[in-house]
Design a protein around this ligand. Structure first.
Ligand code: TNX
Length: 476
């Protein structure tokens, strides 16, 4: 972190208090003063605040001029940052709010502009998704990705752990899921095998929790299950072995709704994943079940949607699940590119919460433009401006602000082969979607955003991050 401050030294003098992404809810600059962090600057923080202070990487001292404290009059994720010539006071409604305030301080750099920021998120759920099934990323790589996400106050990481090509989480009692379907040759094009052991998953969950990020595990069903059938042919309709698939087709595999063995398997997996996951959500997929007859789809969901609740979790599913009766606590994740989705509108009217992830605005695996060397284009091209210039509360009729749990930016990995590929598609669009999810609607402005975004170029260059130098941004 000291290094991060140093990277900013050259440009630090020109920073303004509002040079932060996502834009804070309220900024009152005091241009007459700055506070400079030097080798002698210490932080004072006690109790839970001290744990958060560690993320500033400054020495801790009882009389430090940077003070971190908890203020229970603030909302849990809210913080207040007051910068004067001789002190910095950061108050948070909870350690999580303090942590977001720390991210703001880290973005402002070594010479902090004077004034007061009062900040709180628009949405409780600000998510990113990483697909570990089409191409596996190790626990260390996922942790590094979390470091990137939290800089933009993303607080949920949805892990797409299973799909036709591979199964990426160890499940006791079902060893072939990972031995076979997490082994060599799995992943799109047969590259990117691997899986998280129980200990590795727990390590990722703990690392995320220390950064106030909730892991949302997804076990995709009843479609997207070829890897299950490769490992356990007894779960197919005819008990016959199926061939592994490393192409990028979707919609051809399905668990069998009319077989009790299906539900024994599913309940075992859901119980295991629920036990491993401290967060409140368990994503059961439900998307693109093109080879599951609609009647079977509803039968399957009637049995499976209550299971996360049975094990203490809220079921999340892609918006197709809104065709079924949803438990009260279920969450619908909308991903469609155009048109209405009457089932989602109906679910929202009945009080179900919705996560907005329309593919044409939030899918980080879409190409930026026709020249982008990675990614897909079925939802069109997703420029930085398109990722920024939309509003979640306007997207679906009857699904307004009060129905929204939040916003998510999914990254599917069919075309990804490395961490650099992840960075290339994530930056700089993730910061745009993070601002959509955090900042007050009325404060958002593309020209302001692109100017603030430009300042990240040198930081990313210095850190060796493979971001896309989009021509939409005037990088310095
Ligand atoms: C659709 S959108 C999918 C995924 C693909 C993705 C590629 C959704 C819920 N499912 O299976 O990976 O498109 O963009």
């Amino acid at each position: 972190m000291r290094k991060q401050f140093r990277v900013f030294r050259v440009r630090a003098q020109t920073k303004q208090l509002s040079d932060v992404i996502p834009l804070p809810a309220s900024v009152r600059p005091d241009p007459a003063v700055t506070f400079t962090i030097t080798a002698g600057t210490a932080v004072s923080a006690v109790g839970e605040a001290a744990g958060v202070a560690a993320h500033l990487n400054l020495p801790i001292s009882a009389d430090g001029s940077v003070r971190l404290l908890l203020d229970e009059t603030l909302a849990a994720e809210a913080y207040r940052l007051a910068i004067t010539a001789d002190s910095v006071t950061l108050s948070g409604g909870s350690p999580q709010g303090l942590f977001w305030g720390v991210q703001t301080v880290l973005q402002l750099g070594e010479v902090l502009p004077g004034g007061v920021i009062e900040d709180a998120p628009r949405y409780a759920y600000r998510g990113a998704m990483l697909d570990l099934a089409r191409h596996f990323f190790t626990a260390a790589e996922v942790k590094a990705h979390i470091d990137l996400l939290v800089q933009f106050k993303i607080n949920h990481l949805h892990l797409h752990l299973t799909d036709d090509q591979g199964w990426r989480l160890e499940i006791p009692g079902w060893p072939r899921l990972t031995e076979v379907s997490g082994g060599a040759g799995t992943g799109v094009d047969g590259t990117g095998p691997g899986f998280l052991t129980l200990a590795e998953y727990a390590d990722v969950v703990a690392y995320a929790a220390e950064r106030f990020v909730t892991i949302v595990p997804e076990i995709d069903m009843p479609g997207h299950v070829n890897a299950v059938h490769v490992a356990y042919p007894e779960l197919t309709a005819d008990g016959q072995a199926v061939a592994p698939r490393t192409d990028a087709e979707v919609g051809y595999s399905s668990l069998v709704a009319g077989m009790e063995e299906t539900y024994a398997f599913v309940e075992d997996v859901i119980k295991t994943v629920a036990d491993l996951t401290p967060g409140p959500y368990l994503h059961i997929g439900g998307d693109e079940c093109l080879s599951t007859p609609p009647e079977d789809y509803r039968t399957f969901l009637a049995r499976v949607l209550p299971l996360p609740g049975k094990y203490g979790k809220r079921a999340v599913g892609w918006h197709e699940i809104a065709a079924a009766d949803l438990p009260e606590t279920a969450v619908v994740q909308f991903w469609r590119i155009e048109g209405d989705e009457p089932n989602v509108t109906r679910a929202a009217a009945a009080g179900r919460q919705v996560i907005m992830a329309p593919a044409d605005r939030t899918y980080l695996d879409m190409k930026y433009d026709a020249d982008t060397r990675l990614g897909l284009d079925w939802a069109g091209h997703l420029s930085v401006e398109r990722a920024y210039d939309w509003d979640p509360a306007d997207r679906l009729p009857g699904v307004g602000e009060e129905a929204l749990l939040g916003v998510e930016a999914p990254l599917w990995s069919e075309t990804l082969r490395s961490v650099a590929d992840v960075q290339y598609l994530t930056l700089p669009r993730l910061p745009a979607i993070a601002e959509v999810a955090w900042s007050p609607r009325g404060s958002r402005d593309w020209e302001s955003f692109r100017a603030r975004l430009a300042a990240f170029g040198p930081r990313w260059d210095a850190a060796g991050i493979a971001y896309h130098r989009s021509a939409e941004i005037d990088w310095p």
